[in-house]
Design a protein around this ligand. Structure first.
Ligand code: HEM
Length: 160
C-alpha cells in the first residue's frame, strides 16, 4: 500500500478489495431459511415455519453466474459488481436479507487484518519443497467446507 492506503499493484488491489472472497471456500456450505408465512413460489405450496436449506456451495459454482466457476480466480471480482454483502445472490457467505449476518463488518475487518499481516510479514512455502499441485484438496462431507487433510505451511519471516 502507499501512504494514502491505496493499493499499488494488482495483487495488492485484490488483497485489499477482495481478500474476503479468498476464504469463500471456508465459509458455510449450507444456509437455512425458515419461512415465516405461507409462500407459493413457482407453484410450490410451502407452509409457514418450513425450514429450507440453500446449497451455498452449489450457488457459488453456478456457470450461469461465473465463467470457469471451479477455477480459483479471485481477480474475477475486480471487474464485477458481485460482492458478499447479501445483495447479489451469486455470493452469499453471510446470508442475505433481514436475517443476514449482523457481524459482517466485524468479521471482514478482523479477517482482512489477519490475512494482510500474514501475507505482509511472511513468505509462505510448503514443507519439504512440496508444490501446490501436490496438495490433496479432498473435502470431507459436512455443513462447512474444510480440508480433509490440514494444510501445513512454513512461514518465513519477511525482513525487508
Ligand atoms: C467469516 C465470518 C462469518 C460468516 C461467514 C458469517 C456468516 C453468517 C451467516 C451465513 C449467517 C446466517 C444469515 C442468514 O440466515 O441469512 C449469520 C448470522 C449471524 N451472524 Fe454471522 N458470520 C460470520 C461472523 C460473524 C461475527 C464475527 C458475528 C458477531 C460479532 C456474527 C454474528 C451473527 C449474528 C448475530 C447472526 C444472526 C443474524 C440474525 O439471525 O438476525 N457473525 N452469519
Amino acid at each position: 500500500m502507499d501512504g494514502d492506503g491505496h493499493a499499488k499493484n494488482k495483487d495488492e488491489r485484490i488483497l485489499s478489495t477482495f481478500c474476503f472472497p479468498f476464504k469463500r471456500k471456508t465459509c458455510l456450505l449450507f444456509l437455512s431459511i425458515e419461512f415465516v408465512s405461507k409462500l407459493l413460489p413457482c407453484g410450490y405450496d410451502i407452509k409457514a415455519t418450513t425450514q429450507v436449506i440453500l446449497n451455498a456451495w452449489q450457488i457459488g459454482r453456478d456457470s450461469k453466474s461465473y465463467n470457469n466457476p471451479e477455477e480459483y480466480e479471485p481477480e474475477r471480482f475486480l471487474s464485477s459488481d458481485i460482492d458478499y454483502k447479501g445483495t447479489r445472490y451469486e455470493l452469499i457467505p453471510f446470508g442475505a436479507g433481514g436475517r443476514g449476518c449482523s457481524g459482517i463488518q466485524f468479521a471482514v475487518a478482523v479477517k482482512e487484518i489477519a490475512l494482510a499481516n500474514l501475507v505482509h510479514k511472511f513468505d509462505w512455502a510448503l514443507p519439504g519443497g512440496a508444490r501446490g499441485e501436490d496438495l490433496d484438496m479432498t473435502e470431507p462431507t459436512g455443513a462447512t467446507v474444510h480440508r480433509k487433510y490440514p494444510l501445513k505451511a512454513v512461514g518465513i519471516p519477511y525482513s525487508c
